[in-house]
Design a protein around this ligand. Structure first.
Ligand code: DHB
Ligand code: FE
Length: 285
């Protein structure tokens, strides 16, 4: 059977993709950001999975205000990098895993989470920037990726609690797949940032670091945090952090006496308008 070996958590910022694509990663502003992912890129090479289940959000790129799925699973053979206004990023096409994706859709929907099935979709910075941070600039991404898009752009977004429970359902789905695949689950977006309105530019390192602490050691409790707390403490776009709870829900449970190992942890401000947070958790054999 397939199993989840590890989870990766990381912010996404379009300007990080642009810095890499335009060869600016060693400029003084960006150098500390990319330096923070060096050990993780090595870890990624040493721990390349068979498939990445990548939880992210679309930013009105593939979807729009005309159509807003709360949870959408990408079941296609491949996904093209999207044109977000400056042309598609010069990164590899994302190869999907239609067979595992279809199995997960079947299992998770039968566990009472209604997913939207997507058979054609371009993927924006929400998905490609985390891949770039973890893999650098390869000719091809190291393995197939199942994109899993969450609506955190238009209210109502799903609660942290629902995301955490969904993660558990995704784990059960993966563990019931009849092929011995090594699967990683990634939770992306966040950390604190607000791109709009009177509080544009808001960053809250105290909140972010407490979120990282709790995500590691008490995710069950963290999942109870209501939307209003995300928005007040982490800014309007800080709500992207609920996606990290999907990945955490799919990992071993501290309460069950099996705490995942913290392989990497990184936090850095500033990167564009966003606080960059990053964590790797490994399930213990
Ligand atoms: C920025 C952050 C985001 O999450 C995003 O989707 C777009 C822009 C930023 O920091 O500029
Ligand atoms: Fe975003």
């Amino acid at each position: 059977h397939a199993k989840i070996s590890a989870s990766v958590y990381t912010s996404h910022v379009p300007a990080i993709g642009a810095a890499l694509d335009l060869g600016k990663s060693q400029e003084p502003y960006w150098q500390p950001v990319f330096a923070g992912y060096e050990a993780s890129k090595t870890w990624m090479k040493e721990n390349t999975p068979d498939v990445i289940f990548l939880v992210y959000n679309d930013h009105a790129t593939a979807f729009s205000l005309e159509m807003i799925p709360t949870f959408a699973i990408g079941c296609a053979e491949r996904f093209q990098p999207a044109d977000e206004g400056w042309g598609p990023r010069p990164v590899p096409v994302v190869q999907g895993h239609p067979e595992l994706a279809a199995h997960i859709a079947q299992s998770v929907i039968q566990q009472d989470f209604d997913l939207t099935i997507v058979n054609k979709m371009d993927v924006d910075h929400g998905l490609t920037v985390p891949l770039s941070l973890m893999c650098g600039q390869p000719q091809a991404w190291p393995c197939p990726v199942i994109p899993f898009a969450v609506n955190v752009v238009q209210y109502p977004a799903p609660s942290g609690h629902r995301c955490f429970e969904l993660g558990k359902a995704i784990r059960r789905a993966i563990e019931s797949y009849d092929t011995p695949l090594n699967v990683q689950i990634w939770g992306t977006g966040g950390m604190s940032h607000q791109l709009q309105g009177a509080r544009a530019g808001l960053i809250n390192p105290e909140f972010d670091n407490a979120f990282l602490d709790q995500l590691i050691s008490d995710p069950q409790n963290l999942a109870k945090m209501p939307h209003i707390d995300y928005v007040r403490e982490a800014g309007s776009e800080g709500i992207e952090l609920v996606m990290w709870l999907i990945a955490r829900g799919a990992m071993d449970d501290v309460a069950g006496g099996k705490a995942p190992r913290v392989a990497e942890r990184f936090y850095h401000v500033p990167a564009s308008n966003t606080a960059v947070g990053h964590l790797i958790l490994e399930n213990q054999p």
